[in-house]
Design a protein around this ligand. Structure first.
Ligand code: PDD
Length: 276
């Protein structure tokens, strides 16, 4: 495997992380996961824009211009001969003696490498189960931070219960999943949490909002309660890696009699048309 390290493409075997890298010690950095369809990075501009925004929000500068980075990413895909799968891209603040505060002049460290293709067709077609959990994360969930401790604690809990995702609830309102955005459908209207500091504004989410407009499907970006979630006609979660996944049971209670809903199916189809 070839890896992009600070503007250079090198073999995976020579990639090393310094013990004083602030990403390693503090989770001081940001990341993106990008899908590759037919050798092309999907919504690359949007992902790179969000990466630079996340970096700016934590006061970190990325050493490369975004156009340069996009070129490097295309080169990486080519050198790995990737047709499908994903890309993991992270930037940490860099290497410095361990103190919580940081010097502004340290050089950030960038790494990007291919993620293997994961077959999700069966999951998308049959739907998944989910659990609900309290959202006890910090209040800057809009930043795609490397700090994912609460997300992984709760994802692991859902995994151990045989569920695909945990849907997070803050103050009685559904925010998002541990690694996905959450949508419900009630009486033909789609609802999802607005893009505030309480959620990550998913690129899949943003693409879907466009797809809804194009298809004349009404979507309200407004918070909904746990009760509304449980009583929804249809529920689905979205992310780069999973795209649009129907949720057919939450905390053991069936949604839409335990089968993916018909509007969700149409949304899946419309989304997959955009990636082709
Ligand atoms: N996670 N919300 C959270 C907390 C996420 O971690 C993700 C994605 C999303 C969906 O964002 P997008 O549509 O841009 O992938 C929402 C990625 C895939 C991950 O951590 O692997």
């Amino acid at each position: 495997m070839k890896v992009l390290v600070d503007g250079e493409i090198v073999a995976r075997s020579v990639v090393k992380v310094d013990m004083e890298d602030r990403g390693y010690q503090f989770g001081d950095g940001v990341y993106e996961v990008i899908n590759i369809y037919d050798g092309v990075p999907f919504t690359l501009d949007e992902h790179i824009e969000r990466l630079y925004r996340s970096a700016k929000e934590i006061g970190m500068s990325i050493l490369f211009e975004s156009d340069h980075l996009k070129q490097d990413i295309r080169k990486l895909i080519k050198e790995n001969n990737m047709k499908k799968g994903g890309l993991y891209l992270q930037v940490t603040r860099g290497v410095a003696p361990r103190t919580h505060q940081y010097q502004k002049d340290i050089s950030s460290k960038l790494i990007a490498y291919p993620l293997p293709y994961k077959e999700m067709a069966e999951t998308r077609s049959s739907g998944v189960t989910a659990i609900t959990e309290q959202d006890l994360r910090w209040l800057r969930c809009d930043i795609k931070s490397l700090n994912l401790l609460y997300n992984i604690m709760i994802k692991q809990k859902s995994y151990e219960q045989g569920a695909f995702e945990a849907i997070l609830i803050r103050d009685g309102l559904v925010t998002e999943g541990t690694s996905s955005n959450v949508f419900i459908i009630k009486d033909g209207t789609i609802y999802t949490h607005p893009a505030t500091n309480l959620i990550l504004n998913g690129i899949t989410r943003q693409k879907l909002l466009e797809v809804f407009l194009e298809n004349g499907w009404t979507c309200k970006e407004q918070p909904f309660t746990t009760k509304e979630l449980m009583e929804a006609d249809e529920v689905f979660v979205t992310s780069t890696t999973s795209e649009v996944v129907p949720v057919i049971s939450i905390d053991g209670k069936s949604i839409n009699n335990g089968i993916p809903g018909s509007l969700t199916r149409k949304i899946q189809q419309a989304f997959s048309n955009t990636v082709k």
